[in-house]
Design a protein around this ligand. Structure first.
Ligand code: CTP
Ligand code: MG
Length: 225
């Protein structure tokens, strides 16, 4: 099977409160998105890296990876799911897609390999995830504990999320049309009745979301070099 990567990178990073979209903030030597792309572009099994950009993007063209032969650019949409859908339109018909957030620059080939290999067990697709470590509480609207939620069955959903491109495109579109709340690819597959697999990923595959996350990502990358 041909494997492509789809990278939603069309967000504005409002929670980051920077003056440019967070995927273009520097992380050591190069911007966040450049780290993300390096990992995907250098993976031997990934044939194309499809990046969804904001129509107003004025930074991407300056990245050293911008003219890489594996790279395909599409215009993203208003929500993350719209950007992923735009990417899926460009994916080869029989391909499988690794959908990965631009804002997760600490991805490793080890994580990608584990997810790709999981297809023998999880034939309808799988996602990287981390078991929840803390005791989990459910609250009422006033910030008071209602009860404790069983932790053994709770996971943090990460990316990449790995599905057949055509099936994911169909389910994402149908779920969006139905007004379902879709926050990742798995939730669109779940909406369609699929139970994707969970593959334990690395704890350092964080999404840079708030200003503090930048220092953390920097630390993770520096420890690796
Ligand atoms: N994304 C996208 N298209 C959108 C919204 C988000 O491609 N319309 C991408 C972001 O660029 C990011 C990924 O989806 O790489 C995960 O989204 P998130 O972390 O929420 O990024 P932003 O939406 O940019 O940040 P915020 O929610 O704080 O504004
Ligand atoms: Mg967002």
């Amino acid at each position: 099977t041909e494997i492509v990567a789809i990278v939603p990178a069309a967000g504005i990073g409002s929670r980051m409160k920077a003056d440019i979209p967070k995927q273009y903030l520097m992380l050591g030597e190069q911007p966040i998105l450049a780290h993300t792309l390096d990992c995907l572009l250098s993976h031997p099994q990934i044939t194309q890296v499809i990046v969804a950009l904001n129509p107003q993007d004025e930074f991407f063209a300056d990245l050293p990876q911008a003219r890489h032969p594996k790279l395909v650019i599409v215009i993203g949409g208003a929500e993350r799911a719209d950007s992923v859908l735009a990417g899926l339109q460009a994916a080869p018909a029989d391909s499988w897609a690794l959908v990965h957030d631009a804002a997760r620059p600490c991805l490793t080939h080890q994580d990608i390999d584990a997810l790709i290999a999981s297809r023998t067990e999880f034939t309808q697709g799988a996602i990287l995830a981390m078991p929840v470590r803390d005791t989990m509480k459910r609250s009422d609207a006033n910030g008071r504990i209602v009860d404790t939620v069983e932790r053994e069955l709770l996971w943090h959903a990460l990316t990449p999320q790995y599905f057949a491109s055509a099936e994911l495109k169909l389910n994402l579109q149908a779920a969006l049309d139905a007004g379902a709340k879709i926050t990742d690819e798995a939730s669109a597959m779940e909406w369609a009745g699929v139970n994707p697999g969970l593959v334990v990923g690395r704890a350092d595959n964080i999404k840079v979301t708030h200003p503090d996350d930048l220092a953390l990502a920097k630390l993770f990358l520096s420890h690796r070099a």
